[in-house]
Design a protein around this ligand. Structure first.
Ligand SMILES: Nc1ncnc2c1ncn2[C@@H]1O[C@H](COP(=O)(O)OP(=O)(O)OP(=O)(O)O)[C@@H](O)[C@H]1O
Ligand SMILES: [Mg+2]
Length: 221
């Protein structure tokens, strides 16, 4: 059986890509990992695969750069329509590289859980097909409790396992406590704003503060 971890977010632009890069930087020497962005929209201005590769200095084996690549920076179902194609989730998940269990896949979604992907499916349907535990990237700013709890509900309604929550941005302790209490989840990563966002700054922060308890280890084996 193939295995992996799905990185989702409470919204687009919350920091999923930087979180995934941090995860690879933290655990790539301990586990065989491979980053995968199955659906990328706005590819000309936003190439998450290239960002991760650049920030982490990944080898070829650590990146799987196949999947749906669309030009328009809009929701996948609309971007596909503009390109005159339909996204097929079965085709994506049947890729032989995805079915192999050689490396643990670190999969990054596009936007959040209920982002439409086709006329009748959403990003969460891809998560269900893959069946991987889910790491939720959330902002620290006001509104995040509601967004995170809604995301948790949508995942639990589909029996998806939640590996934890990562709070990204300037520290905000109230949100953390409430998310843990009302969501019955653990906030396992507090990712500050890294400035400048360079491979060196990321590596230095990761080595001292990314998942200090090693909570993600159990999913990466
Ligand atoms: N911890 C951080 N420190 C500094 N900048 C960050 C951090 N996290 C995210 N950013 C910046 O915020 C912007 C959005 O982050 P990111 O691209 O990771 O979001 P995303 O959730 O992956 O979005 P998408 O849904 O498009 O994949 C980027 O410009 C990124 O460089
Ligand atoms: Mg991203």
């Amino acid at each position: 059986m193939h295995h992996g971890l799905f990185v989702t977010g409470t919204d687009t632009g919350v920091g999923k890509t930087i979180l995934a890069a941090g995860l690879l930087a933290r655990y790539r020497t301990e586990f065989l990992l491979r980053y995968w962005k199955p659906i990328q929209t706005g590819i000309e201005e936003d190439d998450d695969t290239a960002t991760v590769q650049q920030l982490v200095g990944c080898s070829q084996e650590e990146i799987f750069d196949q999947g749906i690549r669309l030009r328009r920076p809009v929701s996948p179902h609309l971007a596909a329509e503009f390109s005159g194609m339909t996204i097929n989730l079965d085709t994506l998940t049947e890729l032989p590289e995805i079915k192999s269990n050689e490396r643990c896949l670190i999969v990054e979604g596009a936007g959040g859980v209920l982002v439409p992907v086709t006329e009748s499916s959403m990003m969460v349907d891809l998560m269900v097909r893959l069946g991987f535990p889910v790491l939720i990237a959330a902002r620290t700013s006001l509104g995040t409790i509601n967004h995170t709890l809604l995301t948790i509900e949508a995942l639990r309604a589909r029996d998806l396992q939640i590996a934890g929550v990562a709070l990204i941005g300037n520290p905000e302790s109230g949100a953390r406590r409430s998310i843990e209490q009302y969501g019955q989840v653990s906030v396992i990563i507090d990712m500050p704003v890294l400035d400048p966002l360079t491979p060196e700054v990321l590596e230095s922060w990761v080595s001292s503060a990314f998942d200090p308890e090693g909570a993600l280890r159990q999913w990466l084996k």
